[in-house]
Design a protein around this ligand. Structure first.
Ligand code: FES
Length: 103
């Protein structure tokens, strides 16, 4: 059964950065855009390389520098080759200033 997990305060999450966090055996990343937050499994959809190590946000796009794939920061949709699938998105929300994800 899934549950909402508090990750931290929104104000502590910098914008335009990939913020990694772990819960249980899972590794995830957060991407903040103003007062919106998105969460993804910490793996590029191209070759399962960690975006927390090889990723960067450039002009609102998440770039994987391993091979140059790009993804939409909001929904993880793949934007260019070599990625042919979206990132695995995790439900995320802001509740009373706290960032929560559903696992
Ligand atoms: S692993 Fe990310 S582009 Fe290849």
């Amino acid at each position: 059964m899934s549950e909402w997990i508090v990750v931290g305060s929104l104000q502590d999450i910098p914008e335009n950065e990939i913020v990694p966090f772990s819960h249980g055996a899972g590794d995830y990343i957060l991407v903040r855009r103003g007062d919106e937050i998105s969460a993804f499994v910490d793996l590029c959809s191209h070759q399962d390389i960690k975006l927390s190590e090889f990723g960067e946000i450039q002009r609102g796009v998440l770039i994987c520098h391993a091979h140059g794939a790009a993804f939409d920061c909001k929904d993880g949709k793949e934007l260019c080759f070599p990625a042919t699938a979206p990132l695995q998105i995790i439900p995320a929300r802001i509740n009373a200033g706290l960032v929560e994800i559903q696992l």
